[in-house]
Design a protein around this ligand. Structure first.
Ligand SMILES: NC(=O)c1ccc[n+]([C@@H]2O[C@H](COP(=O)([O-])OP(=O)(O)OC[C@H]3O[C@@H](n4cnc5c(N)ncnc54)[C@H](O)[C@@H]3O)[C@@H](O)[C@H]2O)c1
Length: 328
């Protein structure tokens, strides 16, 4: 595998919403250097390179893959480009961080896995919520509540994505619910045996509102509540009921100041979206990537995790279409 000096050199492909977040996160970390950026929009990539003082920028991402000084590539392009770019980056002997979903087609994820027996040492998938300090704390302190029995995950976006984004996203289950399906596996520490999804179209041309119920092999039952629109902000909550207590991760607000009046109590609104709500998680995720390389460990969220979440996403779509419980 590629040998890394003390300073890990990184190239980023795709400088849209999440690419900008990762660039800002990487700039806060010691021992890494972002040396090149790529985006199909020249104006955009040039402006970003100037703003962050990145020495090289390209409209063709192959220029990043060809650079021998680059150790790792961050793939932040639209989902429909992930498979090709991941395979090319791995073929060029780069460590790869790829945004979720690894691909909307599970067969392509399987191809990535089959192509490299040591894939868990080469590729990490961006399930950033595992690295959110509050969710991570819930996971590490699970034992305090005894045996977990119910997991409730609420994940609602403030507004739907653009039609262009949706077209390349793989649909609500592979694009949005995939985070929560991964979180359900992560917290339950089990695999699903039954899943059912119902959904409706309220704000867009596609399914944009859904409830998913999963029964895991260890008996844990999970409910996921997703909406592409929540008029009051980015609603992200987690609740775990155990036989000896409950863990609850509440929403993050912009401010914690509360005002009390005779007829009302006023408090701040929620963090507006993922850039703000999960800011710390992207930094922790990047640090975990770097530590895994330095310590020659498997990455903490792998292509196999991506495949398992993708199988659940497909089962949700199947359940919705066939209006029935799916046995896995
Ligand atoms: N983990 C998270 O919290 C999170 C949040 C948002 C998006 N995502 C994922 O990140 C990916 C990108 O989403 P986004 O919201 O940033 O999309 P976006 O549309 O805002 O940005 C995509 C960028 O990629 C560029 N691009 C397109 N084709 C390219 C190519 N061939 N080479 C280089 N650049 C190219 C576009 O010009 C655009 O700037 C998606 O897979 C999405 O699922 C993850």
């Amino acid at each position: 595998m590629h040998k890394v000096d003390t300073q890990l050199k990184i190239g980023i492909i795709g400088l849209g919403r999440i690419g900008q977040v990762h660039l800002a996160a990487l700039k806060t970390i010691k021992n890494v250097e972002v040396v090149a950026l790529s985006d199909i929009s020249l104006d955009h990539v040039k402006k970003t390179a100037e703003e962050y003082q990145i020495p090289h920028f390209y409209t063709d991402y192959h220029n990043i893959l060809r650079r021998l000084d680059i150790d790792a590539v961050w793939i932040c392009s639209p989902t429909s480009h992930h498979f090709t770019q991941v395979m090319e980056a791995l073929g060029n002997n780069k460590y790869v961080f790829c945004e979720k979903p690894l691909d909307a087609d599970k067969d392509k994820i399987q191809t990535i896995i089959d192509s490299y027996p040591d894939i868990n040492h080469r590729l990490m998938v961006g399930f950033n919520r595992r690295f959110d300090p509050d969710f991570a704390n819930a996971k590490t302190t699970l034992k305090k509540i005894g045996k977990p029995v119910i997991i409730k995950i609420t994940s609602r976006d403030p507004f739907p994505p653009s039609a262009e984004y949706s077209r390349q996203s793989g649909g609500i289950y592979n694009d949005m619910s995939i985070h929560d399906l991964d979180m359900a596996r992560f917290i339950s520490e089990s695999e699903a045996e039954q899943i059912i999804a119902i959904g409706s179209r309220n704000f867009t041309e596609d399914t944009d509102t859904t409830l998913i119920t999963i029964k895991f092999k260890n008996g844990v039952i999970c409910n996921i509540d997703n909406s592409r629109k929540a008029s009051y902000g980015y609603d992200q909550r987690l609740e775990i009921l155990g036989d000896q207590g409950m863990i609850s991760v509440e929403n993050k607000k912009i401010s914690h100041t509360r005002f009390y009046f005779e007829n009302a109590i006023e408090s701040s609104v929620l963090e507006p979206f993922f850039l703000e709500r999960y800011k710390d998680s992207y930094i922790e995720e990047a640090k975990a990537f770097i530590t895994s390389i330095k310590e020659k460990k498997e990455f903490p969220s792998t292509a196999e995790d991506a495949l398992k979440a993708s199988l659940l996403a497909d089962a949700c779509a199947q359940s919705l279409e066939q209006q029935k419980l799916i046995f896995l």
